[in-house]
Ligand binder design. Structure first.
Ligand code: KIV
Ligand code: ZN
Length: 528
């Protein structure tokens, strides 16, 4: 037995396989830095995730380095890497994961008619490729996961045939991906039951479920598969992932905990760590959590209407099916103000999951005081926005905002006067535009000409009131490379320009690090 997944003796235990660092990172624009990946992996390990899919080692030098380092550092989790169905990918994957106390190779190939057409393989040729590649992986590592990509659109007879081949070749976990988020709960359950009934040797391995959320059913589909006999759930923090994302870890884990009466299965997750990791992933991926997202959304435990508030005061269970503390959310959050000191700030930051070193505390404290001067009360969400701001400004930035002044109002055109530091040299310009944000962005483009197209511009108020901070998210794209930026400020235009500059800085880093075809998002499935 090589890890917690190898035993079927404990029938109630569901293994949690987190793929935030692989499938999650495939979300356009969600690229994380090496250090951010190590930090998230450490948090996943500490919260009790059984298997961490740390990346796709053949995809880039950066991915290889991150998977190897995560493998070396992991304490409790099995570390897994992804590989297409060829020896080169599998060897590279093994080179990266072999350092782990408990390594796993995950190899896959698209088995549905649409996916078989891409490498132009017949059913027999593909079956042979599966046999060879799983055997090869198993000769390197005794913990091998195999996935028939697009399993939910694969002919049942062929699916049974290839799953049997993979089991005979030594796969210890068979993952059944709903790659395009096409299935529905009853069908997801039937598919697992069908495989358990029809495939010889199915009782000796673990079936996993891997669901995408294109129809909003990923979590329901994963849980239905578990009820039917799957014992590994593949998921990501905040449901991050391609297109509409993946099954969200926090949703399946809390559903199994809260509805243990009808789904009597256990996970090894320390749920009190959920909120911190959710916030951290939102920050480093640049993907804010939607306000009404189950479990981790800002409104998940908020009660607005009088009837609900009255009920809550009498008995929290009237309108809450779990306690905020179950996911590590402090029940009441006392705001800080301009008289609060360093000690209070450090303690509050630690509660929010940030262990600040002295120099970081100094920087954040200065920002906190400046904010507290402008705002009466500084809430947890203000502090989280402040941390994003601190992190965005501590990377070695090519572009830095020095000064911005805008003229706006009913009498256009709106104007922006901008001073921007480009590689340490200050430049100034005046620009006009259709609104103050447009004018300010035009000024940035004039001082730093580029081809990047603005793909997304989003503004959220962090807290209530007209003095609330605005967090702005910006996504830009240039030659297939995507970068996101975020920033917060009580001045929406300043937050917008900082977010834009932050995205451009990240794009500049990506330009220097990789050719456009050099990352996970563009590794072709054709070679699989
Ligand atoms: O969605 C999918 O099919 C995948 C595979 C690589 C397992 O992510
Ligand atoms: Zn996937």
């Amino acid at each position: 037995m090589t890890d917690k997944t190898q035993s079927r003796a404990d029938q109630d235990r569901v293994v949690i396989f987190d793929t935030t660092l692989r499938d999650g990172e495939q979300s356009p624009g969600a690229t994380m830095t090496h250090d951010e990946k190590l930090e998230i992996a450490e948090m996943l390990d500490e919260m009790g995730v059984d298997i961490i899919e740390a990346g796709f080692p053949i995809a880039s030098e950066g991915d290889f380095a991150a998977v190897s380092e995560i493998a070396k550092r992991a304490k409790g989790s099995t570390i897994c890497g992804l590989a297409r169905a060829n020896f080169k990918d599998i060897d590279r994957c093994w080179e990266a994961v072999k350092h782990a106390r408990s390594p796993r190779i995950h190899t896959f190939i698209g088995t549905s008619p649409l996916h078989r057409a891409i490498p132009n393989l017949t059913q027999d040729q593909m079956a042979e490729r599966i046999h060879e590649t799983v055997t090869h992986a198993r000769n390197l590592c005794d913990n091998v996961q195999w996935s028939p990509m697009d399993a939910t659109r694969t002919e049942h007879d062929y699916l049974c045939r290839v799953v049997e081949i993979a089991i005979k070749a030594g796969a210890t976990t068979i993952n059944i991906p709903d790659t395009v988020g096409y299935t529905a709960p009853a069908e997801s359950a039937d598919l697992i039951r069908m495989l358990l009934e029809r495939v010889p040797g199915a009782d000796k391995i673990i079936f996993a479920t891997h669901c995408h959320n294109d129809l909003g059913m990923a979590t329901a589909n994963a849980l239905a598969a578990v009820v039917a006999g799957a014992r590994q759930i593949e998921c990501t923090i905040n449901g991050l992932g391609e297109r509409a994302g993946n099954t969200a870890l926090e949703e399946v884990v809390m559903a199994l905990k809260v509805r243990n009466d009808i789904m009597p299965y256990r996970t090894g997750i320390d749920t009190t760590k959920i909120m911190n990791i959710s916030r951290r992933v939102a920050t480093v991926s640049g993907f804010p959590v939607q306000f009404n997202k189950a479990i981790v959304g800002k409104n998940a435990f908020a009660h607005e209407s009088g009837i609900h508030q009255d009920g809550m005061l009498k008995n929290a269970e009237t309108f809450e099916i779990m306690r905020p503390s179950d996911i590590g959310l402090a029940a009441s959050s006392l705001p800080l103000g301009k008289h609060s000191g360093r000690h209070a700030l450090r303690t509050k930051m630690a509660d929010l999951g940030f262990d600040l070193a002295d120099n970081q505390l100094n920087d954040v404290f200065v920002r906190f005081k400046a904010l507290a001067d402008r705002k009466k009360e500084v809430f947890d969400d203000d502090l989280l926005a402040l941390m994003k701001e601190h992190e965005a400004n501590t990377t070695s930035d090519h572009l830095q905002l020095k000064r911005l002044r805008v003229v706006c109002g009913t009498d256009g055109p709106q104007e922006a006067e901008l001073t921007l530091s480009v590689d340490g040299v200050d430049h100034e310009i005046d620009a006009t535009g259709d609104g103050p944000v447009d004018a300010a962005f035009n000024a940035v483009k004039m001082l730093y000409p580029h081809k990047a197209r603005l793909q997304l511009y989003q503004v959220h108020a962090v807290t209530e009131g007209t003095d609330a901070q605005a967090t702005v998210s910006v996504r830009v794209e240039e030659d297939g490379r995507i970068a996101t930026g975020q920033s917060a400020d009580t001045d929406t235009v300043v937050a917008s320009v900082k977010a834009y500059i932050n995205a451009l800085n990240r794009l500049i880093v990506r330009r220097t690090k990789s050719a456009p075809g050099d990352d996970v998002k563009t590794v072709s499935m054709r070679d699989a």
